[in-house]
Design a protein around this ligand. Structure first.
Ligand code: NCD
Length: 422
């Protein structure tokens, strides 16, 4: 197992920050940082065997992580789907994040694998999508599988009146995993009931978006690690369309698996979080605030998670055209109210049209902006989801090969902003 994966796993399972782990190991923080750098970094150092053995000894004393419903082997009798984040425990979600760490060198094109050679993914998107559809495809392809897909109702037989159940049964004969996005709440669960092939919910109307929440959580944990912060006790601010924003619904539930969070929800009155969800989160012992005062909410925030107005989900009587400027996350408010280690996140797409007042492009070169770390991490996390659902996660470390083509050092000009990737 690569040393970076062992170290991240140790921090998760022992609930230690980098400072905490370096103290436990009796090494400097600098030494630990150098062990966690990716293999291709010139600053990366090999962890001494004695440290590796000591960590494995520490982990041996802990109970094994229980498996959630989603993570049982694919060949056991029931079909296993990823429809909501509800099936996760803190241990099982962290187990998935560990698998995502193993996938990172493949997602970043330093290694290749063929563990899903011969497998076929069906990607069914009945609603607009760029990153979710393409990153699920890329994730499956990078595991060695192939992808077939359909987009929109117009070009599918649902336009001819075919039921969800019939479509589901038909696709089950073609594919080994099915990703579905649908505009109606609960439609993906209905689809899953008609098949034993694993189904992943890529967004069901205003309901859930579990893979996005997993990649958001993974990004938060990785970025917190650079600042030696834990998720326990963090202060997270959600801003925007919290009524229809399914990514916020799923992410807030996943975060609630941690302890003692301060969750602040900032939105116009008409776009507040569903009250049942607020009650659930409060019932889990977190401190919850709902407000329209962005400035007051941002002070002391560890994460600011902005969202787009989901106009396409509005009922006829709902009319909001865009946020008032009071809800916009831009460099002026971030510089005024946020600290140097605040993470600025957004599930994307951001609405860049005039008057939308969505997350501003004036933050593009601000190192606190994590939006492209989210999208990059999405590939590793979706690879982890497929590998666990199809039961090949343990084969991955032994299957790695070198990449045979040329990969750019930086994927885009903005990545060249000084940032140490640990
Ligand atoms: C989100 C979605 O579709 O729910 N996008 C995504 O998948 N990253 C958010 C949105 O559409 O605003």
């Amino acid at each position: 197992m690569p040393q970076q994966v062992i170290l991240r796993d140790a921090m998760r399972r022992l609930n230690l920050t980098r400072d905490g782990l370096s103290q436990r190991l009796g090494v400097t923080r600098r030494a630990l940082d150098s062990w966690m750098l990716p293999d291709h970094s010139t600053e990366m150092r090999k962890m001494p065997d004695i440290a590796r053995r000591f960590i494995l000894e520490l982990l041996k004393g802990l109970a094994p992580a229980p498996q959630s419903v989603e993570q049982q082997p694919a060949n056991s009798e029931r079909a296993h789907h990823l429809l909501s984040v509800d099936g996760y425990t803190r241990d099982s979600v962290e187990d998935l994040l560990r698998v995502a760490d193993i996938m990172q060198p493949i997602a970043r094109r330093q290694k290749t694998t063929r563990v899903l050679d011969g497998a076929v993914l069906a990607n069914l998107f009945f609603e607009a999508s760029t990153r979710t559809r393409l990153s699920f495809s890329a994730a499956f392809a990078r595991l060695g599988g192939s992808v077939c897909d359909t987009t929109g109702f117009t070009f599918s037989s649902m336009a001819k009146g075919e039921s969800i159940q019939d479509t589901s049964r038909v696709i089950s004969g073609y594919a080994d995993a099915i990703v579905v996005r649908h505009p109606e709440l609960g439609a993906v669960a209905e689809f899953a009931q008609a098949t034993h092939v694993p189904v992943i919910n890529a967004g069901d109307g205003p309901g859930e978006h579990p893979s996005q929440a997993l990649l958001d959580l993974y990004t938060i944990q990785r970025e917190f690690s650079r600042f030696s912060k834990l998720i326990d006790g963090a202060r997270i601010v959600f801003v925007g369309d919290l009524k229809y924003g399914r990514t916020v619904h799923s992410l807030s539930k996943l975060l609630a698996l941690y302890r003692n969070l301060r969750l602040t929800f900032v939105s116009p009155e008409s776009l507040m979080m569903p009250s049942a969800l607020i009650e659930k989160l409060a019932g889990q012992g977190h401190h919850i605030e709902q407000t329209q005062d962005l400035a007051q909410a941002l002070a002391g925030a560890d994460v600011v998670y902005a969202t787009r107005i989901q106009k396409e989900r509005f009922a006829q009587e709902e009319t909001l055209e865009g946020y008032s400027a009071d809800f916009q996350i831009n460099s002026a408010v971030v510089n005024r109210y946020c600290g140097a280690d605040t993470l600025i996140m957004h599930p994307l797409p951001r609405d860049s049209r005039p008057g939308a007042n969505d997350l501003s492009v004036d933050l593009n070169r601000d190192s606190r902006l994590a939006i492209f770390k989210q999208t990059d991490n999405g590939v590793a996390v979706r690879m982890a989801i497929f590998a666990t659902l199809l039961g090949v996660q343990d084969q991955v470390p032994h299957s790695l090969r070198e990449v045979g083509w040329r990969v750019p050092v930086y994927l885009a000009p903005e990545d060249e902003v000084p940032y140490s990737d640990q």
